[in-house]
Design a protein around this ligand. Structure first.
Ligand code: BGC
Length: 765
């Protein structure tokens, strides 16, 4: 087990000592965020000792810059511009000088160095004793959190206790506007999963006429503005501070045993367009910061801890029988909660706000991996995430036209602003399953929350436009007895590209047609005015309905009768099988070591594809079929993508293979803590974190929504004695406690409800 996890606490990750590699690695794990912005868990003095830091970045959700994508050879419809989330001014920076020595882990001597991430409270703490070269000592503690109550704010407090009288202590707090960026290595700039920042991507100006220190920043090319501000309060108000070049400093004559504290509030305003708003926005941020400073660090912290308590109250999962795994599991839930945009305009990137990997882009990861957690524990956030898709629907429509489909919408494979940002279309735009993924999420949201208003308005529009795109992309193939086919697509497995009839895509499209038809019919039947208004506005015509139904009925789903196996696509079984076992370990992930065409020519999977389709619609397949397909596809899967293992784990639970389910689950739950994919430095794997929640609830809890009824088929791994979680379902809150022998379902809130436990109906009152 990773050394961050100890037997003593089910809530706290602890790092001890000053090993540079460990501290660097934990920068990602100790990142704090709130959906609006996030800041990596870097040391306050990281800039002075680079080997302790990979990136100190503070990232604001959807604060991105853009530049043209340079293609060696361009073709029509290629994505035009990069969208890259960029580090904004760093407000964590602090310098402490005692006599002539500036503190860092390489100067003088640091002892009892400890950092802890308290998941329960959402707090990062650091403490140590530092002895300078003259033998004078300071005890230092630092606390930091990113507020949910004031989403603009990062709050920090520093306690410094001198061991000696009469030393010169200087404290410098800096709001670093990144004039000098760290350098990046060759290796980093080649990894397609990273887009390392070579230079600062915004202009900054200091605003003078405000009582707080404020910076106005504007991206180089996207015209996105923000105000960043800082306010400091030293416990000893008799000490005057001095302002210089964006830093505030204090000179103190030390008194032995007398603790000095510094409270820092750093604010990141919302993003705005147009410099003319800067005064107003600056005033607004200043007001929030003044309010926060009037409450004080301890007061803010109290509110924050209360907020976290509420979060855990509804979203925690308890495991009895494995304390260490318990912390690991909570770590995933903590990061999931931190990452989600909460304003309906921004989403949740593949790395959350913990690192610059994947440029801060939103993928299908949100709908298929992260959303279920929110859907069943924080439905309001789930709605915000779906609303974001609604806000970019017009871009998706434009994209469909670019792809020469004259009706409907195609969502971008990876994006921030709604436009396609994937420069590599075979593993980008070709993944048109994203439409079906979003439609599936909309459908699930409406089923689980009962929010018909959303379903018949925003939901309806998304369902119709995504279905229309499939209708236009595919056709009824006379050579296949008139079956509906979707050619030249890429499924979830990115090691197989541009194929005909990817099983997963076709199955998602089939359901997309059904969801759209169902919702349109519901609107027509109810005569719902909003819904009818939407249908009129988007020029819906009844013949479309018939066409979708026909396409759904006749959807081509490739199957090999001889082997009795589901086919990943038309050509998959015609390829040679890649010899995974005899591929040297250092050649994984394959994507960094083989040309894409080499990989595409083989039967080899980066991640779950057909197995994911069968997991999502598990009641549509027999257990025997699922078991056969599982065995086959597992043998050709490398799990080079972090989105893979959780799906194989859940399917193992479905098939009753509990040892296997447990083993996949361990890898899933501890993926970032153990740096299993060797790239946690670039940010956490948020989809896998969603996969962790799903593994518990869908996997071990066996929860499915079937014909509007929640069904559970619980099964625990052998060493666990009890698992408890809560789910929200149509204004009810249900607690599920799974024991070795029995399962207890308690209705904590809401009207009576019928659920199914295996095949038995149970009435919850
Ligand atoms: C996976 C995709 C995923 C992306 C972002 C890739 O490695 O293959 O399925 O959407 O990472 O997490």
């Amino acid at each position: 087990m990773n050394s961050l996890i100890s037997k003593d606490s089910k809530w706290v990750l602890t790092e001890k000592g000053t090993d540079p590699e460990t501290i660097r690695q934990n920068e990602t794990l100790f990142a704090l965020s709130n959906g609006h912005f996030g800041t990596r868990g870097s040391l306050e003095e990281a800039e002075r000792t680079r080997e302790y830091s990979h990136s100190e970045a503070t990232l604001v959700n959807a604060y991105y810059d853009s530049e043209l994508i340079e293609y060696g050879e361009w073709a029509y419809g290629y994505a035009e511009k990069h969208q890259t989330v960029i580090p904004v001014p760093n407000g964590k920076k602090l310098a402490i000088k005692l006599d002539n020595d500036l503190f860092d882990l390489e100067t003088g001597k640091t002892t009892v160095h400890k950092r802890q991430l308290d998941l329960k409270k959402g707090l990062l703490t650091r403490s140590f004793t530092w002895e300078n070269s003259q033998g004078h000592k300071l005890d230092i503690s630092i606390e930091r959190f990113v507020s949910y109550d004031y989403p603009e704010l990062l709050a920090q407090k520093v306690w410094i206790t001198p061991h000696d009288d009469g030393c010169d202590l200087r404290i410098v707090a800096t709001l670093d506007d990144l004039k000098e960026m760290g350098s990046i290595s060759e290796e980093e700039s080649n990894d397609p999963r990273i887009k390392a920042q070579k230079e600062r991507r915004f202009k900054s100006e200091r605003l003078e006429d405000f009582e707080n220190q404020l910076l106005h920043i504007e991206t180089n090319s996207t015209g996105l503005h923000m105000i960043v501000g800082e306010k400091n309060e030293l416990s000893d108000s008799s000490v005057q501070s001095c302002f210089e070049n964006g830093s505030e400093s204090w000179e103190i004559d030390t008194v032995k045993g007398e603790t000095i504290t510094l409270e820092r509030t750093v604010g990141y305003s919302n993003i705005f367009k147009g410099a003319s708003m800067k005064e107003e926005k600056a005033q607004k941020l200043s007001t929030v910061m003044n309010e926060a400073s009037a409450i004080g660090f301890e007061g803010l912290k109290e509110k924050h801890v209360d907020h976290m308590e509420e979060f855990w109250e509804s979203s925690d999962i308890e495991i009895e029988g494995d304390d260490e795994l318990q912390v690991g599991l909570r770590f995933n839930l903590f990061h999931l909660y931190q990452a989600a945009g909460r304003d309906g305009k921004r989403n949740m990137s593949a790395k959350g706000l913990t690192g610059e990997g994947y440029e801060g882009h939103y993928f299908w990861d949100t709908e298929m991996y992260m959303l279920p957690f929110f859907l069943y524990t924080q439905p309001k956030i789930a709605k915000h995430l779906l609303n974001y898709r609604y806000t970019i629907l017009h871009e998706a429509r434009n994209r469909a036209r670019e792809m020469a489909v004259d009706k409907g919408a195609l969502f971008a494979w990876r994006t921030i602003n709604g436009k396609e940002a994937s420069p590599y279309y075979p593993a980008g735009t070709a993944q048109i399953h994203i439409n079906g993924d979003i439609a599936h999420a909309v459908h699930s949201y409406v089923k689980v929350t009962g929010d018909r208003r959303f379903g018949m308005h925003e939901g309806l529009e998304i369902l119709v436009e995504t279905a229309r795109f499939y209708a236009g992309w595919g056709h009824f193939d006379e050579k296949r007895n008139g079956a509906f086919v979707l050619n030249d697509v890429t499924g979830p497995d990115e090691y197989t590209a541009i194929v005909n009839n990817n099983y997963y895509t076709n199955l998602m499209a089939k359901h997309n047609f059904k969801y759209a038809a169902e919702m349109v019919e519901a609107v027509l039947e109810a005569g719902d005015e909003d819904g009818l208004g939407v249908l009129e506005r988007i020029g819906f015509d009844k013949t479309e309905l018939e066409n979708w139904k026909r396409a759904a009925d006749r959807m081509f789903l490739p199957y090999d009768e001889e082997q009795e196996l589901t086919m990943q696509d038309d050509s998959f079984f015609h390829k040679e099988v890649w010899d995974i076992e005899n591929t040297p370990k250092d050649k994984f992930p394959l994507l960094l070591n083989y040309h894409p065409l080499t990989i595409y020519r083989y039967q080899v999977n980066k991640q779950a594809d057909t197995v994911l389709a069968q997991f999502l619609f598990s009641d549509e397949f027999s257990q025997e079929q699922k078991a056969r397909d599982y065995e086959y596809y597992e043998s050709v899967t490398t799990h080079d993508s972090s989105l893979s293992r959780s799906v194989f784990g859940m399917m193992a639970s479905d098939l009753g293979e509990m040892d296997k389910a447990y083993s996949y689950f361990m890898d899933t739950a501890l993926m970032d803590i153990t740096d299993m994919q060797s790239n946690t430095k670039d940010g956490v794997h948020a989809a896998n974190m969603g996969g962790t929640w799903m593994s518990m609830v869908y996997g071990f809890g066996g929860m499915r929504l079937l014909n509007d009824t929640l069904q559970f088929r619980p099964r625990l791994p052998k060493d666990w004695t009890r698992v408890t979680f809560k789910v929200q379902f149509r204004h009810r809150l249900i607690k599920v406690a799974i024991g070795k022998e029995d399962t207890e379902y308690t209705l904590l809130k809401g009207e009576p409800l019928v659920i199914r436990h295996f095949d038995e109906e149970k009435h919850l009152d």
